[in-house]
Design a protein around this ligand. Structure first.
Ligand code: HDE
Length: 683
């Protein structure tokens, strides 16, 4: 099998994967040796009631394969889901970088993107309070470029040597393996209190960002400062961003916990269904670019991964768009076996001296050696570049390439010293020649020592509702901590971020208020608040609560109008089957109150209240009230209005009823776009 095939726009990766993809439909069952099998239900026995024979090669092969089907899960980011897509740059970035995939706006580069939670194991619930991984593999003509980011722009620690400590503290405690996929426990918060550089990221982790509504509605960040290098060899510092076209939205904590029970696959299902429906998730790639001369012009060190570059100071330039348009064929072969690495770069992209990034450059290959069982994981279909690759590496577990000839070393004469090196002009990667000198020291740079200013900047930039959520998140997490000493240490630590925050939390958990002065940082960065994000009704799910005898013409008009805006109404009723309107209009029921739950929807449209059917009424009222409690838009017409009036919801913000159909529908769609009505919380 050769990889020396034409690189062909967005299809080059698909074409390559197709060569490895097989469809067993309609085929004869065989062993792995290709032998046709005549019986697959009974093992070979000595007599009908006798023992199974060692000779049964079919049984042995089937069982042995099964026995070896599991591989180690990722040490972090074990729970993930991925999709294929393509990336296109808006205009040539040649002023800043010579990276080939960032030059030609007509060129589509295939990508594979894996989203993940960090702490939980492979089967854990997806709505954990956690950072989300956002890893992108660009299959460029110059080799694979991996942007291995998170949905939070900063990190807990400043030096990679602390990563094992952080992860040990975050993961379930080793003596009883509790709690799963949660930071609300003693060891995590003990680590935080003893490693105060984590303050900024903890603020993000306690915010709504850590419970996204969808992978399609969260930002991505490269976190570290990288370098762009152009043809002339001139470098700029760069930070990478992904901006979702649907805006950045979250669920509420009570809802997140319930979703984990009702549908632990909520995020992967959402991504999978959106792609199957043709609602392709889109993200713009943004870059913040800084000239090398400006390196020291900030009140933070640009190499410090606990700091972001406020967008108001260094604007994000949107340089291209990524569209995810194809689901995987097989989760294990693709999503599980994909191997990302921040060190997979292409000419024109280089590193900075961020000590966290430097350590990551070691860790990713190292972990893949154990996870994927040896040094040939780059040959797995999902990991192969779409351009040819040639070198003198040979052998190792699972080697697939058959390299010809006796020569597997450099320098050689017998093969005319090939594979040959490429000069920089011919695309050979050269490292940016940054001048560095210094004494060998194990120390933190003085310029990395301010741990609280940007944590305060984040707090100051939040809306009233967002601050409320952060306060509740701290109170929840610390409320689960058993050690009063740890609780108090954390309260004191966050007193440095905001006195108001730490005092309210202290009160909630029975700790002493923090000592010391209020921070006098008043700077804000509006870009940090999700209140200022894009708001669209598109792909929002609405539960239509409805029973027989509905007003057919009116309901059809509302449902049609919702669909035109890309809203997805789903019919929820007392039982499955078909319901009929007063005028004979029929609707197929998608869910019953048993199989659906308000936490799985963005909004409710109540048409019926059961009309005398008390079981229906009770369930419809529970459903609607719960959606209301989670600040969701609620619309009601006809009998459905009874659900609002009975429960004092009718005059609250985001609750829509009354008026003629067109005006009702317009107001309801507007309400859906708003996402949530936090005013209900703060009034
Ligand atoms: Fe990772 N990280 N990480 N990380 N990371 C891994 O690699 C590591 C960090 C991130 O979807 C591991 O293949 C160290 C920051 C994502 O397959 C491992 C340090 C950011 C993923 C590893 C960090 C990330 C990983 C585990 C501190 C955001 C999932 C499995 C120096 C910029 C990739 C694997 C996927 C996965 C090490 C910190 C993002 C162990 C040592 C900062 C999205 O190699």
């Amino acid at each position: 099998m050769s990889d020396d095939h034409k690189v062909n726009g967005s299809n080059s990766k698909k074409e390559q994967l197709d060569k490895f993809t097989t469809d067993d439909q309609g085929k004869k069952l065989t062993t792995n040796q290709g032998l046709k099998v005549s019986e697959d239900e009974f093992s070979l026995k000595a007599g009908e009631r006798g023992p199974t024979l060692m000779e049964d090669f079919h049984f042995r092969e089937k069982m042995t394969h099964f026995d070896h089907e599991r591989i180690p899960e990722r040490i972090v980011h074990a729970r993930g889901f991925a999709a294929h897509g393509e990336f296109q740059v808006y205009e040539s970035m040649n002023k800043y970088t010579k990276a080939g995939f960032l030059q030609d706006p007509s060129k589509k580069t295939p990508v594979f993107v894996r989203f993940s939670t960090v702490a939980g194991s492979r089967g854990s619930g997806e709505l954990a309070r956690d950072a989300r991984g956002f890893s992108t593999k660009f299959y460029t003509e110059e080799g694979n470029y991996d942007l291995v980011g998170n949905n939070i722009p900063v990190f807990f620690i400043q030096d990679a040597i602390k990563f094992p400590d952080l992860v040990h503290a975050l993961k379930p405690e080793p003596h009883n393996e509790i709690p799963q996929a949660a930071s609300a426990h003693d060891t995590f918060w003990d680590f935080i209190a003893n490693n105060q550089e984590s303050a900024h990221m903890v603020m993000w982790a306690m915010s709504d960002r850590a419970i996204p509504r969808s992978f399609r509605m969260m930002e991505g960040f490269g976190v570290h400062t990288f370098r762009f290098v152009n043809e002339e060899g001139k470098a700029h510092f760069v930070k990478f961003h992904w901006k979702p076209l649907l805006g950045t939205h979250s669920v509420v904590w009570d809802e997140a916990q319930k979703i984990n029970g009702k549908d632990p696959d909520f995020h992967r299902r959402d991504l999978w269904e959106a792609i199957e429906n043709g609602d392709y998730p889109e993200y713009e790639l943004g870059v913040q670019i800084l000239s090398e001369e400006d390196e020291f012009n900030f009140d933070f060190d640009i190499l410090d991964p606990t700091k972001l570059w406020p967008e108001e100071e260094v604007p994000v330039k949107l340089i291209g768009k990524m569209t995810l348009n194809r689901n995987v064929d097989n989760v294990f072969a693709e999503t599980e076996q994909v191997a990302f690495h921040p060190g997979h770069v292409v000419p024109g992209i280089d590193f900075s001296n961020d000590p966290l990034l430097q350590g990551r450059l070691f860790s990713y290959t190292d972990t893949q050696l154990i996870r994927l069982g040896g040094p040939n994981f780059h040959e797995l279909p999902i990991n192969r570049p779409v351009c040819p690759f040639h070198n003198n590496q040979r052998d190792g577990y699972g080697r697939q390439t058959i390299n010809k000839g006796p020569v597997s070393y450099h320098k050689n004469s017998l093969a005319a010293n090939t594979p040959e090196l490429a000069t920089e002009k011919k695309g050979g990667y050269t490292h940016y020649q940054e001048k560095t000198e210094g004494h060998k020291v194990r120390a933190r740079s003085e310029s990395f020592k301010d741990h609280f200013s940007q944590a305060t900047l984040f707090w100051n930039s939040m809306s009233k509702a967002e601050k409320e959520h952060i306060t509740e998140a701290f109170s929840f997490e610390l409320g689960k901590v058993k050690s009063e000493f740890v609780q108090q240490q954390v309260v004191d630590m966050f007193g440095n971020v905001s006195k108001e925050l730490a005092t309210t939390v202290a009160e909630a958990i029975g700790a002493n208020p923090p000592q010391g002065e209020e921070s006098n940082d008043t700077k804000t960065s509006p870009a940090l608040s999700q209140e200022n994000t894009k708001k669209k009704p598109s792909t929002r799910k609405v539960a239509v609560i409805i029973d027989n005898d509905f007003h057919g013409a009116e309901v059809s008009q509302v449902l049609d109008a919702l669909k035109i805006e890309g809203v997805q109404p789903e019919i929820v009723s007392g039982k499955l089957g078909v319901i009929s309107g007063s005028d004979g209009k029929e609707l197929k029921v998608d869910h019953t109150f048993l199989t659906a739950d308000s936490v799985l929807f963005d909004a409710v449209y109540a048409v019926s209240a059961g009309q005398g059917n008390s079981a229906f009424y009770k369930q419809a009222a529970y459903f609607t009230k719960e959606a209301f409690t989670h600040f969701k838009p609620i619309g009601a017409t006809h009998h459905g209005e009874k659900l609002l009036t009975d429960n004092n919801m009718e005059s609250s913000p985001g609750v829509i009823s009354g008026g003629e159909v067109k005006s009702y529908t317009d107001r309801f769609i507007q309400a859906i776009s708003a996402h949530r009505y936090w005013e209900r919380e703060v009034i």
